[in-house]
Design a protein. Structure first.
Length: 575
């Protein structure tokens, strides 16, 4: 993690009836005017009127506050041209530390507004609801305590003897913190607040714009405030904020009609964004970069490990975002996502998949650029009716993986982990991979030796099923795709095609051989790059500029291109 940056300047005017707050020059007994501002946002909330939108304007400064549950509609914004940050930490005087050998010790550090691990890790850790979220390499990844020296986060170690330069040890039984750096002459901030705000019923249509949120001791236990910003109120808007350096997740969007636009969500300990049981979510133009620095959820059965992880997301649009450099998947939609449009995004250099659509239904994945991801550019697993048009998958560990999921198990009826819930099943969500469409995509190999396009089945022993690739990708629904590799042996297998009924795989080394399956009869193949050097635009004059099939009208509308005329291969628009 690195020091806190800046938020984009805000130019929104100050309404005449706004409540003004100044952390540096305010007084909570004053009326909250520009001449006599309040000191705390919490006091401004007390003066806000229930049922009526109240605008609260923050003068430049740092607001070390937990606003708690908010049940009134409010707009939070900074004064035009000024920087206002919420921080979940307190400044601790260097004089409060005492020398302890080669370390410096702070006694009686007993925060009351955050989850305490009590030095018990694993299954008994109250700050971690799922032990699989923690990796063996970082067993203290679920501890929300953080220390910052001059704004730079110190690395937490799991034993006192390991404390060295730029690190700290937190003993939550004895309530002691040990620093490896002499705090004299430095600003020391220690996290002691579990979250910044939580919109609940009554706060519908609230707006948060142009603010910074950092250093909150968010928790991997979702019942103990997993994110700095949480909403369960419909219609809330988060716009042009910076959310960074929080212990677990940055934002949790758990309501209908929420809009998150133009935010920078970066360098949080776990997922940058969470969403559960939301509908009509608009996620547009956000930078979701370098999250999950604690490497949570990268092993076992976990809901973590992504720039954004969404579950039970319905009728939503994920567009024009950058999901980059996250430890895990870039964007991951899991568990009964339904009618989700994923369009014009960039998923770059994530350590697992760029994009992942899992045990879900009715997805449109179009005009995305997924490049440099360690696992796949796109993984589709246990999902049906997924339309995949005009994406560029390049330089990934594998361009595309279409997989049957071992869920549901044979004979299961109503197990939420292995079968769709009845309401989801009624929508046609089956947790089976079927009716996948792949048209006008570019599959470009990097240096990996794995098949460029792969298909696999789930575990037929547990699930009792094996549809094969032909059952997942019907004839006529995979065509006009472009394939690139530098030479015929890199990778040697262009498409790996799994067969039904345990009859194995066919490894197709060439496009003509693959066409025998009835797929990609109008596909193209080349061993010279499709792209301009150092870019992912098509080389001017390339045959790929007109090699695509005509787009369905709704797909063209979602991408934002005409429905008529020549169609290029690969992503047509992206951030």
């Amino acid at each position: 993690m690195s020091a806190v940056g800046l938020v984009a300047p805000n130019a929104d005017p100050v309404p005449s009836n706004a409540i003004i707050v100044s952390a540096t020059a305010g007084n909570d007994s004053w009326p909250g005017t520009e001449a006599q501002p309040l000191k705390t946002v919490k006091q401004a909330l007390r003066r806000a009127t229930a049922g009526t939108m109240t605008t609260i304007v923050l003068r430049e400064g740092v607001y070390r506050e937990n606003l708690g549950a908010i049940v009134k509609p409010i707009t939070l914004q900074p004064y035009p041209g000024e920087q206002a940050w919420f921080k979940g930490s307190s400044v601790v005087s260097p004089a409060s530390f005492v020398a302890d050998g080669a370390r410096w010790r702070l006694d009686n550090w007993q925060p009351t507004d955050m989850c305490l691990t009590k030095n018990v890790l694993g299954t008994a850790n109250p700050c971690v609801v799922n032990p699989a979220d923690l990796t063996a390499a970082n067993p203290i990844g679920g501890d929300p305590e953080m220390v910052f020296v001059d704004g730079t986060p110190q690395t937490q170690v799991d034993a006192l003897a390991k404390v060295g330069a730029n690190s700290f040890y937190w003993d939550s039984v004895k309530f002691q913190i040990f620093l490896g750096q002499n705090p004299a002459g430095h600003t020391v901030e220690i996290a002691d607040k579990s979250y910044a705000l939580h919109f609940m019923a009554g706060a519908e249509n609230s707006v948060v714009r142009g603010l910074g949120f950092a250093q909150y001791a968010t928790s991997l236990n979702y019942s103990k405030h997993p994110a700095a910003l949480i909403t369960q109120a419909s219609g809330t808007v988060f716009e042009n904020n910076t959310v960074t350096l929080n212990a677990a997740a940055g934002m949790a969007l758990h309501a209908s009609n929420v809009r998150a636009i133009g935010n920078t969500i970066t360098r949080n300990g776990s997922n940058g964004l969470l969403s559960n049981r939301a509908s009509n979510l608009t996620l547009r133009g956000n930078q979701v970069v370098a999250n999950n620095l604690e490497d949570t959820g990268l092993q076992g059965n976990s809901l973590a490990g992504a720039g954004m992880k969404a579950t039970f997301l319905h009728d939503s649009v994920i567009s024009d975002n950058v999901f980059a450099d996250n430890h895990g998947t870039g964007f991951w939609c899991d568990l009964a996502c339904y009618r989700v449009t994923i369009v014009r995004n960039t998923a770059r250099n994530n350590t697992k998949h760029g994009l992942y659509y899992e045990v879900s239904s009715q997805g449109l994945i179009a005009s995305n650029l997924a490049v440099g991801n360690t696992s796949t550019g796109l993984k589709i697993s246990g999902a049906n009716h997924v339309r995949t048009y005009n994406n560029t998958f390049a330089d990934n560990g594998q361009a595309l993986l279409v997989a049957e999921d071992p869920r549901p198990k044979a004979g299961c009826t109503n197990d939420a982990n292995n079968c769709p819930l009845p309401a989801d099943a009624a929508l046609g969500i089956t947790y089976d991979t079927a009716d996948v469409t792949l048209v006008n995509n570019i599959f470009a190999a990097g240096t990996a030796t794995t098949p460029l396009v792969d298909t696999v089945d789930g575990n037929p022993v547990s699930s009792g099923k094996r549809p094969g690739a032909a059952g997942m990708i019907p004839a006529g629904q995979m065509d006009n795709n472009g394939y690139y590799r530098a030479r015929a042996t890199q990778p040697a297998t262009l498409v790996n095609w799994v067969h039904a009924a345990d009859t194995g795989y066919s490894a197709y080394a060439s496009l003509p051989a693959f066409r025998a399956t009835g797929r990609d009869t109008h596909g193209s193949y080349q061993e010279t790059s499709y792209f301009v050097a150092g870019d992912y635009r098509l080389v001017p004059g390339s045959p790929a500029e007109t090699a695509g099939a005509a787009l369905p009208a709704d797909v063209a509308a979602a991408i934002g291109v005409p429905a008529t005329g020549p169609v290029a291969l690969g992503a047509l628009r992206w951030p």
